[in-house]
Design a protein around this ligand. Structure first.
Ligand code: SAM
Length: 292
């Protein structure tokens, strides 16, 4: 077995990290995978296969990168921590289809990266995400309408349940509506906290967003639609009339009129709305408020 195939072995990881004098950074969300069964599953379920280029976010010592590089045509991995560069030069030396970009994922121009690095390939994103930026990263990947097929990421279990909640459902929030707008979300499998070094305080899960070719039709003004969704969930468990009026600083009578015109019950709660009902409500409200 080559060194790359032992990258999720805790002894091998400890030896490599100690030789490079590496210490974990809590603020960068550095919990590295040490369960050998997890990375091959993420790679296989995440579209790492011939004909695909993969963007990875946060390499750690390259345990997932290695599994991605074995299966996909090319991997471009973005890692913020400069201290990991010499480690990766060693752990990924067997692959000639990996490019490491030492940068903050939030500052990388991903449309440009895809154009320059993946000509002719389908593109997918795979990552064991640093949890402090889970939502901003996912929302950025979705909202930029990048030419990608899927996003397969490890997130905190609670975040995964929220992101993949059906619509409507009690578990849903504003982020759920955004995820459903751009993709078909799927919770793939759970991962216990003991699968990481050091172990985080929470369990995790792997989720996949299959990007829709077309977003839902009939939205009058997309920016106002998302503002309305965020406002609707700004106060948990309140009626849609109350939370939307307060979140948008709008007159409650106008919001109630929009609810009625959209054919919804007066006391409806935001978590009871389907996508189509949210769109109808936001369209009516936008028209009444002269938005968009
Ligand atoms: N993929 C590795 C694994 O599974 O063992 C590491 C996962 S660890 C949870 C998250 C990784 O993301 C760390 O290597 C961390 O340095 C990196 N990271 C944190 N913030 C980042 C950012 N803003 N941009 C790019 N990488 C980041």
């Amino acid at each position: 077995m080559s060194v790359t195939d032992k990258l999720s072995n805790i002894g091998v990881i400890k030896e490599i990290l100690s030789r490079h004098g590496f210490s974990f950074s809590k603020s960068l969300g550095q919990n590295f995978l040490v369960n050998p069964s997890v990375c091959p599953r993420i790679a296989e379920l995440g579209n790492a296969k011939p004909g695909f280029g993969i963007i990875e976010i946060g390499t750690g010592i390259g345990v997932l990168t290695n599994e991605l590089a074995k299966r996909a045509d090319k991997v471009v991995a973005v890692e913020i921590d400069e201290r990991l560069m010499p480690v990766l030069a060693e752990t990924l030396s067997e692959h000639d289809n990996v490019k490491i970009v030492n940068a903050d994922i939030m500052e990388v121009d991903l449309a440009e990266l895809i154009k320059n690095e993946f000509g002719g390939l389908e593109v997918a994103v795979c990552a064991n995400l640093p949890y402090y930026i889970t939502s901003p990263v996912i929302m950025r990947l979705l909202e930029e309408r990048l030419p990608i097929r899927s996003i397969t990421v490890m997130v905190q279990k609670e975040a995964g349940v929220r992101l993949c909640a059906p619509m409507p459902s009690r578990d849903m929030g504003a982020v759920t509506a955004a995820v459903h707008y751009f993709s078909e979300p799927e919770l793939l499998f759970n991962v216990s906290r003991g699968s990481f070094m050091p172990p985080p305080n929470v369990d995790s899960c792997v989720v996949r967003f299959n990007i829709r070719e077309k977003t839902p039709e009939g939205v009058r003004d997309e920016a106002f639609f998302f503002r309305t969704v965020r406002a609707a969930f700004s106060q948990r468990r309140k009626t849609l009339a109350n939370s939307a009026a307060s979140g948008l600083s709008a007159d409650k009578a106008v919001v109630s009129a929009a609810i009625e015109k959209a054919g919804l019950p007066a006391a409806v709660r935001p978590e009871q709305l389907t996508m189509e009902q949210f769109i109808a409500f936001a369209n009516e409200l936008g028209e009444m408020l002269g938005e968009g």
